[in-house]
Design a protein around this ligand. Structure first.
Ligand SMILES: CC(C)(COP(=O)(O)OP(=O)(O)OC[C@H]1O[C@@H](n2cnc3c(N)ncnc32)[C@H](O)[C@@H]1OP(=O)(O)O)[C@@H](O)C(=O)NCCC(=O)NCCS
Length: 150
């Protein structure tokens, strides 16, 4: 059974393995994850079982907004675990943690060409809020998605 729990500094090697498989050249460097593990307002969850770490979700509660807004910054599942509902479970766990922290909505950016992630988010109730031309580099647009919580 795959469990989802808060990530800690001891999980960094496992997180980097998931990240490398999910994002390749575009992976976040270790320093970003270290900073996110220490940051106030982070929601950083890791999924895994006896076989190892399977996926993570990372985001933050932005309290500059009233009510607070949850920003989902990254979501990845190792290839061997994909298409078994784990990405969706991680997303749901993130939403629950965000709602418990008082957030009224989740926002995120996804690359326009990332059809797997776009489908996952659409099925989970995320709707398009806007487009961000060249967000990931020249000619690589993002879509900003949003889901109200509660
Ligand atoms: C996107 C990602 C997290 C999905 O993880 P997952 O555990 O496979 O997701 P789920 O099993 O919960 O999939 C939920 C739904 O999303 C859609 N989906 C997921 N992967 C898909 C794919 N490769 N092709 C088409 N639809 C896909 C399907 O509708 C799927 O439901 P179904 O399997 O019943 O058809 C995973 O593919 C990944 O890590 N990709 C690389 C990193 C990435 O792009 N992250 C998102 C950044 S915004």
């Amino acid at each position: 059974m795959t469990r989802i729990r808060p990530a800690s500094a001891a999980d960094l090697p496992a997180i980097l393995a998931i990240e490398g498989e999910g994002f390749g050249e575009e992976r976040f460097p270790p320093a970003v994850f270290r900073a996110c593990l220490r940051r106030a307002g982070s929601v950083f969850l890791l999924a895994g079982d006896a076989g190892g770490a399977a996926g993570y979700v990372l985001g933050a509660i932005d309290r500059r907004y009233r009510p607070p807004l949850a920003r989902l910054e990254s979501l990845a599942v190792r290839r061997a675990w994909r298409r078994r509902g784990l990405g969706t479970r991680l997303l749901e766990s993130f939403e629950r943690a965000a709602a418990s922290a008082g957030a009224a909505a989740v926002t995120l950016e996804v690359e326009r060409t990332n059809s797997a992630a776009r489908r996952l988010y659409r099925r989970a109730g995320y709707r398009r809020e806007g487009a961000l031309p060249n967000y990931y580099g020249p000619g690589r647009d993002a879509l900003r998605l949003r889901k109200p919580l509660g």
